[in-house]
Design a protein around this ligand. Structure first.
Ligand code: EPZ
Length: 417
C-alpha cells in the first residue's frame, strides 16, 4: 500500500498548472457512448477515476487509446449495455452510462453505485426522471434493469432536488429522445456547462431558457468531435488553500477565476491577498487569518468538494468558525484525523465548529475519501515535522501528479511504497 511522506512547514512559492477537470471528464466520457463517430478528447486528467471510466467504456465495447491526457474513442462496434458492479462500485459516476445506453439501445443493466465514505449516494432522482421519458425499471440484485419499450420520449422534467449526476444523466438521455424535453431545477455547475458544450459541438440541440432550465430537442445524427475538457476548479481551489495555509506565494495557471468566484471571495474575506488575471490567479498567504462561517451549497454556492480543505485553513484562523455541510450526510470523516494533529473541531449534526489558532502537529494519518485525503496533505504541509498519510489511493482518484506539483513549489513530499 503506498503512503505519502510530508515534511512541513515550507512556504510554497512558484507556479502550479491546473489539470483537466475530473468531474467534467466523467460525464463527457459517459456521453461518448451516444456516438458511433470518431471522438478525440484532450486535457483529460491522468487520475484513477478516469482510468476506471475508460475501463467501463471498454467493458461496454468502446475501443480507446489514452496517451498524454488525450483520448481517442471508437464506438463503431460498441454494443454491450451491461455496466458491472466491479467497475461502478469504486466510482459512483459509473451510473452516468445509464442515460446514454438507454438513448442508444432502449435498454440497459447498470450496477447501483452503492455508498461511499461521504454518503449513501442514492439515485432516486435519476430514476424518477427516467420514468418521465418512457423508461420502465426494476432494481434486482444490486442492478438497475431499465428498458424504454417505445424508445425515450421527450417530456417536461422538474427535478425535486438539485442533483449534478441526475442533471447530467438526463441531459445526455434527452439529447437522443424523440421530441423535445424541458429540464427544470437543474444543477448548473461549470462541469455541466462543459458537458452541454461538448454535446452541442457533437450535434445535439440543447438551449438555455432560464437560469436552471433547458430546452432539449432530440437528435439522431452526431458528428465527429475534437474536444478539450475544462480545467479542474476543485484542484485549483485546493492549491489556493495550500498557498494560504503555508503563507506562500503561488501563481495558479490555467484556471478561469470566474468559475471559482465564491471560493476567492471567502479567501479574500479571511484576509488572503488574491490577484485575478485572465487565465490565472496569484495568491499570497498571510500570517493573520480571520474566521468565517461557511455552508456548502449547489453551484454557485460554496462547493462541498472544498469543504474539507477550507476547514484545515480555518483551523489557523484567529477565532472560531462554523462549517455547515448541506450536501452530503457524512462528509466530516477528515475531522478525527485533523484533531489527531492538534485541531479542535467538534461536530453537531451537519455542523462543524472549528476552533482557531491551531498549530498542526505532524502525525501518521489515514485517508478516507478523496477530498478528506487532500485536506490531510494540506494540514501536513502546515505542520512542523514529518507526517505520513496512508491509503492514498483515495487521493489518486482525483489529483493528477500531486507530489510533482507540490514539490515544484517547494513542498517536501514523497511517495513511499
Ligand atoms: C457530483 O456528485 C460530484 N461527482 C461530487 O464530487 C460532488 O460532491 C457532487 O456532485 C456535488 O457537487 C462527480 O461529478 C463525478 P449530486 P453527485 O447528485 O452527482 C443526493 C468529488 O469529490 N442525491 O449533486 O453524486 C446526494 O446523496 C465528488 O469529486 C439524492 O438524494 O452529486 C447528495 O446528498 C464527491 N438522490 C446530494 O443529492 C439522487 O438521485 C447531491 O448529490 C442523487 C443525489
Amino acid at each position: 500500500m503506498q503512503r505519502l511522506e510530508v515534511i512541513g512547514s515550507n512556504k510554497l512559492k512558484g507556479n502550479i498548472k491546473i489539470s483537466g477537470s475530473k468531474n467534467s471528464s466523467l460525464p463527457i466520457l459517459a456521453a461518448t457512448l451516444l456516438s458511433r463517430k470518431k471522438i478525440i478528447l484532450h486535457n483529460l486528467p491522468k487520475v484513477n477515476d478516469i482510468d476506471t471510466m475508460i475501463s467501463l467504456l471498454e467493458s461496454l465495447g468502446s475501443k480507446t487509446k489514452f496517451k498524454n491526457n488525450n483520448l481517442i474513442i471508437n464506438n463503431q462496434n460498441q454494443k454491450k449495455k451491461f455496466a458491472s458492479y466491479s467497475l461502478v462500485k469504486t466510482m459512483r459516476a459509473g451510473i452516468l452510462v445509464l442515460g446514454p445506453l438507454l438513448a442508444k439501445f432502449g435498454s440497459a443493466k447498470v450496477s447501483l453505485p452503492g455508498g461511499c465514505a461521504i454518503g449513501t449516494r442514492p439515485i432516486d432522482i435519476h430514476l424518477k426522471a427516467f420514468s418521465k421519458i418512457g423508461v420502465k425499471y426494476k432494481i434486482q440484485q444490486g442492478y438497475v434493469h431499465a428498458v424504454a419499450p417505445k424508445g425515450l420520449q421527450g417530456n417536461k422534467i422538474n427535478f425535486s432536488k438539485i442533483s449534478v449526476g441526475a442533471t447530467e444523466n438526463l441531459i445526455i438521455a434527452t439529447s437522443f429522445a424523440k421530441g423535445t424535453s424541458i429540464l427544470s431545477n437543474i444543477a448548473i455547475e461549470p462541469e455541466i456547462i462543459d458537458l452541454i458544450n461538448f454535446l452541442n459541438k457533437m450535434g445535439c440541440k440543447i438551449r438555455w431558457i432560464a437560469k436552471r432550465k433547458l430546452k432539449i430537442i432530440g437528435v439522431t445524427k452526431l458528428k465527429e468531435i475534437n474536444y478539450s475538457v475544462m480545467p479542474d476548479r476543485i484542484e485549483a481551489g485546493t492549491y489556493l488553500i495550500a498557498a494560504a495555509i503555508t503563507e506562500g506565494n503561488i501563481k495558479i495557471k490555467n484556471i478561469d477565476p470566474n468559475i471559482i468566484k465564491t471560493e476567492i471571495n471567502v479567501l479574500k474575506k479571511i484576509g488572503i491577498q488574491i490577484k485575478k488575471n485572465k487565465n490565472e490567479i496569484q495568491i499570497v498567504g498571510s500570517k493573520k487569518i480571520k474566521n468565517v462561517n461557511i455552508k456548502t451549497a449547489p453551484y454557485p454556492g460554496f462547493p462541498t468538494d472544498l469543504q474539507a480543505q477550507m476547514m484545515v485553513l480555518l483551523c489557523k484562523a484567529n477565532r472560531v468558525s462554523e462549517i455547515k455541510e448541506d450536501i452530503f450526510e457524512n462528509r466530516f470523516m477528515h475531522v478525527s484525523e485533523l484533531n489527531r494533529m492538534g485541531a479542535k473541531i467538534s461536530i453537531k449534526g451537519n455542523k462543524a465548529i472549528v476552533q482557531g489558532n491551531t498549530n498542526f502537529a505532524a502525525a501518521e494519518l489515514m485517508a478516507t475519501d478523496l477530498r478528506a485525503s487532500v485536506s490531510l496533505v494540506l494540514a501536513a504541509l502546515s505542520a512542523k515535522g514529518k507526517s505520513i498519510i496512508n491509503r492514498i489511493y483515495h487521493l489518486d482518484r482525483g489529483y493528477e501528479n500531486i507530489e510533482k506539483k507540490l514539490k515544484k513549489v517547494g513542498a517536501k513530499i514523497r511517495r513511499i511504497n
